[in-house]
Design a protein around this ligand. Structure first.
Ligand SMILES: CC(=O)SCCNC(=O)CCNC(=O)[C@H](O)C(C)(C)COP(=O)(O)OP(=O)(O)OC[C@H]1O[C@@H](n2cnc3c(N)ncnc32)[C@H](O)[C@@H]1OP(=O)(O)O
Length: 132
């Protein structure tokens, strides 16, 4: 989902909140990109499991954008929104916003599209159940 105007407020449901700690930094002292993607995958996976009423597996991450760095101490909030459902898969737009520790400013820092497949206990794909 490419946007043409700057976004001023989060889109989707608040799914996960955490604080960035020094242990999450890379050797340069910035929050590690893999940590952020992990938080997004956890949040999106939670929403996907609810919609799929059971186990899911991440099959693709697309349109991943890193707009601004996350700083130690920032309050990190991940928002998820189902944008597409198929026979066995669902795609979610995921946004990460931070509340800056020093200024309390709210800022969009990352976004991406995460696709999950509903799977059986054996790991084989299964059809998505009807929505509630
Ligand atoms: C490698 C890792 O450890 S990553 C960590 C977590 N993820 C995993 O372990 C998942 C590893 N992958 C798998 O186990 C398998 O690929 C599965 C179970 C997810 C999918 O099984 P497959 O039989 O390969 O599925 P298939 O290719 O038919 O696609 C299933 C659905 O995913 C969709 N899909 C597959 N690849 C993509 C992709 N790159 N982008 C978007 N959607 C995709 C398909 O369109 C299909 O959707 P639909 O049924 O709604 O039409």
């Amino acid at each position: 989902m490419t946007k043409t105007t700057p976004q001023t407020a989060p889109e989707g449901d608040l799914t996960l909140q955490t604080v960035a700690f020094p242990k999450d930094t890379n050797s340069g002292g910035d929050i590690f990109g893999g940590w952020v993607i992990s938080q997004m995958d956890i949040a999106a996976g939670t929403t996907a499991q609810q919609r799929a009423k059971g186990r899911v597996a991440t099959v693709a991450i697309e349109a991943m954008r890193f707009h601004a760095p996350i700083l130690v101490g920032d309050l990190v909030s991940v928002y998820t929104q189902v944008v597409k459902t198929g026979r066995t898969s669902l795609t979610m737009h995921v946004e990460t916003w931070v509340r800056r520790q020093r200024t309390a400013e709210l800022e969009l820092v990352t976004e991406g599209d995460f696709t999950f497949v509903a799977i059986q206990d054996s790991g084989v794909k299964r059809p998505l159940p009807p929505p509630n």
